[in-house]
Design a protein around this ligand. Structure first.
Ligand code: PAF
Length: 283
């Protein structure tokens, strides 16, 4: 496995290959990321993972400065998962000057849910993903693949739309959410949880499953269902941003027909202490 830090070295390392399969990450890798890497390995003729904590997608009060940077341990994990090339640029390599050109996703997709609570988040994500795609795919002659996890459900949807609207020659693949045995979705931010918070954390997915079970059980008053779920978590000490049922294809609230048809997803974001967790449950 090669570890490169510059765009020039990345392109040189990729020169012998036609069909890269790419997994963008911010590092502090866990089994969820490694499952995406294993998925990518079967797609192209070379597997590339990027590790870059992207300042553009953090709000000033968020954890950009304290986000765990664990390059050595990440590289060991990536080598064992079969990654071929790690691209770990310094900030001045990817943003040698202030990034004044940005990719602005549409409000209908990006200003709700995560985008409502983290304004500008998806602009930051789309901008860096567009740039990383240029770094990884610019000289590829064959099919280009990128893998994103369903854990960041809205992000996956936004990226799919970006690729479609810009006619980017990249196939987007999704990876299922990897969970701990007690149901907690694996996330880099789980490492912030105290033992007590870690024991409480699976309640988030439980709340989402309860929402799904309510709809599947015939409940049609979604607002009441969502309020009950929110109340349950709040009473246990969580601060809830949202717990909601949406249509999978556009994350809009479902109508009665949608509730009958299925293809729904329960999405949640909530804070335990200072740690914000997100999760989703398709049904
Ligand atoms: O999902 C993430 O880790 C990040 O949002 C991504 C896609 C690597 C962009 O910085």
């Amino acid at each position: 496995m090669r570890v490169v830090h510059t765009i020039a070295d990345l392109r040189q390392a990729l020169a012998p290959y036609d069909s890269p399969a790419f997994v963008p990450t911010m590092g502090n890798l866990h089994d969820g990321h490694l499952a995406l890497v294993r998925r990518a390995r079967g797609l192209g003729d070379v597997c590339v993972t990027s590790i870059f904590v992207n300042r553009l997608q953090f709000l000033p009060h968020e954890d950009f400065d304290t986000y765990p940077r664990t390059l050595e341990a990440d590289c060991a994990k990536l080598a064992s998962a079969g990654c071929d090339i790690v691209f770990a640029p310094a900030e001045h390599e990817l943003y040698p000057e202030p990034q004044t050109f940005t990719v602005q996703p549409p409000a209908a997709l990006a200003d709700l849910l995560e985008g409502h609570y983290r304004p500008g988040f998806f602009t930051g994500v789309c901008t860096v993903v567009m740039k990383l795609f240029q770094c990884v795919f610019a000289q590829a002659k064959g099919q280009r693949h990128a893998v994103f996890g369903k854990k960041d459900y809205q992000q996956l949807l936004v990226i799919r739309h970006m690729v479609r609207q810009f006619a980017l020659p990249v196939t987007i693949h999704d990876g299922e959410i990897e969970r701990a045995p007690d149901g907690l979705a694996l996330s880099s931010r789980n490492s912030y949880l105290s033992p007590t918070q870690r024991a409480e954390a699976p309640q988030l997915v439980l709340a989402l499953r309860t929402l799904a079970a309510g709809v599947l059980g015939g409940e049609r008053n979604l607002a009441a269902l969502e309020e009950r779920a929110q109340h349950t978590l709040t009473a246990r000490g969580w601060q809830v941003d949202y717990l909601t049922v949406r249509r999978r294809e556009d994350l809009q609230p479902p109508g009665v027909e949608d509730l009958q048809m299925g293809r729904l997803v329960a999405l949640g974001a909530a804070r335990l202490g200072r740690t914000r967790l997100i999760d989703s449950w398709e049904f």
